[in-house]
Ligand binder design. Structure first.
Ligand code: NAD
Ligand code: TYD
Length: 337
């Protein structure tokens, strides 16, 4: 029996794969299309074709998904594959509908057809929309009110998962986490972009007034919660995962500049993102009570560790920015897997 991680070559997926390999005995199978966000260097040292196997392809390809579930005797699916960047969804929404909605439907239908025991759908707090400064954090009962094409596509996928639970009694749980940060995050996202620009003395682009608030969650804490949701979550339930890490964007950018010893003159206000959500905050009390989860990282310590990671992995950063990482599959895996 094996665990299938879709999107396992991305940021959260690759951290999750390493954690699964370190903590458990099951075979781990990664299904990933290796889009611009997928990078097999994130899984260097993991994929050996035995304990950890890699299948290159899209979750929208039903034939490939069926074959993967059968060939590798998949018992559990951790579904992370997605188009994940809000700004890209504003520029072009269609790929988000293809992967996040149609791809999730394919995964659900295949899981049902092949009797998969458990399906963990990894979603986002962004499906709840935006909070005002004094609003209580999102709970699992907050209404879905997405703002961007990205969050709308994730909300649609959440509804599909809930429909499969009710209609076909698929054993699925939905997790909704806040903004993740940590090693291997693609530097189009806020924290790694700010770190790399600060390290290189380039301007840090701050959208609008920079007073937007995100609830930062270290990727290790998120992965721990996902493994607990897989093991202990009750079918049909939603679990919110947040880091008790509400910070304003400008404060995060300033903390990074301070940590790397760069000047605040690098802060550069640029035009705001259309439809920009003002504040996200998660109430994770249900996840803490029902799954026995608690985050181990606070944002200040996590930022220092993450800045160190980016400093120490300049090769990874260079490959990502030059596009060289896209040749990694060809060089290291194509002929051997
Ligand atoms: P990411 O963009 O770093 O990685 C996504 C991965 O999915 C990549 O490896 C990519 O190649 C793969 N992929 C994309 N389309 C595919 C397709 N059609 N078929 C197969 N693979 C495909 O994303 P991430 O930040 O690791 O996010 C993982 C999941 O967590 C996503 O579902 C995202 O919505 C959710 N999430 C992320 C965050 C965050 O802060 N990063 C917050 C909340 C929720
Ligand atoms: P992002 O990492 O794109 O995550 P999300 O939009 O899913 O929350 O952005 C985090 C916050 O940082 C968000 O409020 C937008 C802001 N932001 C900037 O100010 N500048 C940037 O260059 C980026 C990428 C994001």
């Amino acid at each position: 029996m094996s665990i299938l991680v879709t999107g396992g070559a991305g940021f959260i997926g690759s951290n999750l794969v390493r954690r699964l390999l370190a903590q458990r005995s099951e075979t781990v199978v990664v299904l990933d299309a290796l889009t611009y966000a997928g990078n097999l260097e994130n899984l260097a040292g993991c994929v050996d074709g035995e304990r950890c196997r890699f299948v290159k392809g899209s979750i929208t390809d039903r034939t490939l998904v069926d074959a993967t579930l059968v060939d590798h005797q998949v018992d559990v699916i951790l579904h992370l594959a997605a188009e994940s960047h809000v700004d890209r969804s504003i520029a072009s929404a269609a790929p988000f509908i293809d992967t996040n909605v149609t791809g999730t439907l394919v995964m659900l239908e295949a899981a049902r057809a092949h009797g998969v025991r458990r399906f963990v759908h990894v979603s986002t707090d962004e499906v709840y929309g935006s909070l005002g400064p004094n609003d209580a954090p999102f709970t699992e009962r907050s209404p879905l009110d997405p703002s961007s094409p990205y969050s709308a596509s994730k909300a649609a996928s959440d509804h599909l998962v809930a429909a499969f639970v009710r209609t076909y009694r698929l054993d699925a749980v939905i997790t909704r986490c806040s903004n993740n940060y940590g090693p291997f995050q693609f530097p189009e996202k806020f924290i790694p972009l700010m770190i790399l620009n600060a390290l290189e003395g380039r301007p840090l682009p701050i959208y609008g007034d920079g007073q937007q608030v995100r609830d930062w969650l270290h990727v290790d804490d998120h992965c721990d919660a996902l493994i607990l949701a897989m093991d202990r979550g009750a079918g049909g339930q939603v679990y919110n995962i947040g880091g008790f890490g509400e910070r304003r964007n400008l404060d995060i950018a300033r903390a990074i500049l301070h940590q790397v010893g760069a000047s605040e003159d690098l802060l550069t206000h640029v035009s705001d993102r259309p439809g920009h959500d003002r504040r996200y905050a998660i109430d994770p009390s249900k996840t803490q009570a029902d799954l026995g989860w608690a985050p181990q990282w606070d944002v200040e310590r996590g930022l220092v560790a993450t800045i160190d990671w980016y400093r120490q992995h300049s090769d990874w950063c260079d490959h990502v920015r030059s596009g060289e990482y896209r040749e990694y599959y060809q060089r290291h895996y194509h002929t051997t897997l």
